[in-house]
Ligand binder design. Structure first.
Ligand code: PGA
Length: 252
């Protein structure tokens, strides 16, 4: 079965009620390929999740940007996977590089989070990616393999996982990976899944690219055989997000 194209919009820590309303109105009006062709998931900050879910067209879904590593309780400031399930939020982004670097989330911690979120019935966009220093020292694949291994060590069923390859040097920098650079790592990650999980998981798991994707560069990236979609930051707040969703037709 072909992998359905996946476009995620990561709004990060942005937006006021008015701005959020504006983005949702823009998305609700957009003419995009049907949900047989592309799966669209937007990820507002926690505080706007219910609001966005209540306003958003029914063919788009919502994702949280994080959740707690285990069952809720005395963890001040955290949001549990159970709460997201209770609110009808189907997706969560985990292991984003901003959390790995700024909040010091380790590979193991991210693996535990992915495992716990899946156990509660959430679908997970799990992020991996190397820094510029790691790329320049030639350790890109070693880094993303270690990050993916920490997830696969804790996860037995990959059905509800989308793997997002997001090179840290490309995030928010305007310095997008070339289609060849993205394809190379996606293909290596798929091979890693084949060798370390199973051929079936390698074939069926969506591997999406993130890092300075925009309306102008999305089509060429989408044309790469192992690029199954995008996780979009900055451009997901703008009308060009629609063009990025439409790049799904490149696969047809
Ligand atoms: P960017 O962010 O598109 O603004 O580079 C991508 C991400 O962090 O998911």
């Amino acid at each position: 079965m072909a992998r359905k194209f996946f476009v995620g919009g990561n709004w990060k820590c942005n937006g006021t009620t008015e701005e959020v309303k504006k983005i949702v109105t823009m998305l609700n009006k957009a003419e995009v390929p049907s949900d047989d062709v592309v799966e669209v998931v937007v990820s507002p900050p926690f505080i706007f999740l219910s609001f966005v879910k209540s306003l958003m067209r029914s063919d788009f879904e919502v994702a949280a940007q994080n959740c707690w590593v285990r069952k809720g309780g005395a963890f001040t400031g955290e949001i549990s996977a159970e709460m997201l399930v209770n609110l009808g939020i189907p997706w969560v982004i985990l292991g984003h590089s901003e959390r790995r670097s700024l909040l010091k989330e380790s590979d193991e911690f991210v693996g535990d989070k992915v495992s716990y979120a899946l156990s509660q019935g959430l679908k997970v966009i799990a992020c991996v990616g190397e820094t510029l220093e790691q790329r320049e020292s030639g350790s890109t694949m070693a880094v993303v393999a270690a990050q993916t291994k920490a997830i696969s060590d804790k996860v037995s069923n990959w059905t509800n996982v989308v793997l997002a390859y997001e090179p840290v040097w490309a995030i928010g920098t305007g310095k997008v990976a070339t289609p060849a650079q993205a394809q190379e790592v996606h293909s290596d990650l798929r091979k890693w899944l084949k060798d370390n999980v199973s051929a079936e998981v390698a074939e069926s798991t969506r591997i999406i690219y993130g890092g300075s994707v925009n309306g102008a560069n999305c089509k060429e990236l989408a044309a790469q055989p192992d690029v199954d979609g995008f996780l979009v930051g900055g451009a997901s707040l703008k009308p060009e997000f629609i063009d990025i969703i439409k790049s799904a037709t490149v696969k047809q």
